[in-house]
Design a protein around this ligand. Structure first.
Ligand SMILES: [Zn+2]
Length: 359
């Protein structure tokens, strides 16, 4: 492991106790929630209806465009809810239901195996650690962390980043998974390449995706029209996914911690680190609370990824105050006296730096 977290300071222990007490008091299940199953049926129905109308029914240009946008939004909803929840094992206590939900990513053209390593292992462990959290990697085109090298081009990234966000799904589906398969690397980490069943699932998923997303529509419609609408759907999907992920970790309220000087140890325990590097947003928006699968309750998600997101609003009330009290007491933001100059890419960039908060 690149980074070792400091010994527990009591935050996670205290929060776990409060959350366990909540489930005992209410008698609610932490997974297998009825509302989650209903929501999943609505999202899958939305996706299937959009696809069928787009491919088999639409006749006017504006119908094609509206349905392609609808398809992209439905795919994002499935990703936020079924796929993300299943990959964390938070959907159900039954493993095959979680695998089925997580496998929605293979249906959508991404590899659920690669996602496990990229998201569950690296992002959830090393959140906002430059060089270790693959979600921060977009160099040299864009700079998401204050520890990354600044290029002249980045002055304009607030303008062109939207196009890059839109390209995310296509890059993911047709390049990133294969690049990881070949190199066995994500960010600065080595990850085991998929083998046997996992490799077969990845290949079959890609083939299935190309069949429903491109081959079948091309049998019924002109190739240029299918490619144009595929691109539009991907653009909507990519921008939606990216904006949500960036709001949760790459905004001014989030910290980008670095290990202590001269070591790869963190100053604080894992739970404190998660609170500092995650952001809750739009917690009172009923639609986003439904659509985002709890990703707008990012602090609660990072502290309790195995609990169904249906409970996050309640958990926010339970964990909110102790989290904020402890975080502000243990992690005073320390401004750097000198501008930080990266020396090498990746985790090596941490070495010798004493700045804990790069802002
Ligand atoms: Zn997650």
């Amino acid at each position: 492991m690149l980074v070792k977290f400091a010994r527990g300071e009591g935050l996670h222990f205290a929060l776990r106790g409060r959350v366990e007490e909540y489930f005992q008091r209410t008698g609610l299940r932490s997974r297998d929630c009825t509302r989650m199953y209903v929501k999943s049926a609505i999202l899958v129905g939305w996706f299937a209806l959009s696809y069928c109308l787009l491919v088999f029914v639409a006749a006017a240009w504006w119908q094609y465009i509206l349905l392609a946008i609808s398809l992209g939004l439905a795919a994002a909803g499935i990703g936020f809810n079924l796929q993300h929840e299943g990959s964390h094992g938070a959907f159900s206590k039954r493993g095959f239901i979680n695998r089925l939900a997580a496998g929605m990513l293979d249906w959508l053209g991404g590899s659920s195996y690669m996602w496990h390593w990229k998201h569950n292992v690296l992002h959830h462990t090393y959140t906002n650690f430059t060089g270790a959290d693959d979600d921060l990697e977009c160099q040299p085109l864009a700079r998401f962390s204050p520890y990354q090298t600044r290029h002249a081009l980045h002055r304009f990234q607030h303008l062109y980043i939207w196009f890059l966000y839109g390209l995310l799904p296509i890059k993911w589906q047709f390049y990133d998974d294969f690049a990881t398969l070949v190199t066995g690397k994500l960010a600065s980490h080595r990850v085991p390449r998929p083998r046997g069943r996992q490799l077969l699932l990845m290949v079959l998923g890609k083939a299935l995706f190309c069949t429903w997303a491109l081959a079948i529509p091309m049998v019924l419609h002109p190739v240029w029209g299918v490619l144009g609408l595929f691109f539009l759907s991907s653009l909507v999907l990519g921008i939606t996914l990216s904006v949500v992920f960036q709001l949760a970790h790459c905004a001014e309220e989030a910290d980008f911690p670095a290990p202590l000087e001269g070591s790869l140890r963190t100053e604080h325990e894992w739970a404190v680190h998660q609170v500092q590097s995650s952001i809750d947003f739009a917690r009172h928006n009923w639609f986003l609370n439904w659509y985002l699968g709890g990703l707008n309750f990012q602090i609660e998600h990072h502290l309790f990824p195995h609990i169904c997101h249906i409970h996050y609003p309640a958990l926010a009330g339970i964990v909110g105050l102790p989290v904020r009290n402890m975080a502000s007491a243990t992690l005073p933001m320390k401004a750097s006296s000198q501008p930080w100059q990266p020396t090498t890419a990746g985790c090596g960039a941490w070495e010798g730096q004493s700045m804990r908060s790069a802002r």
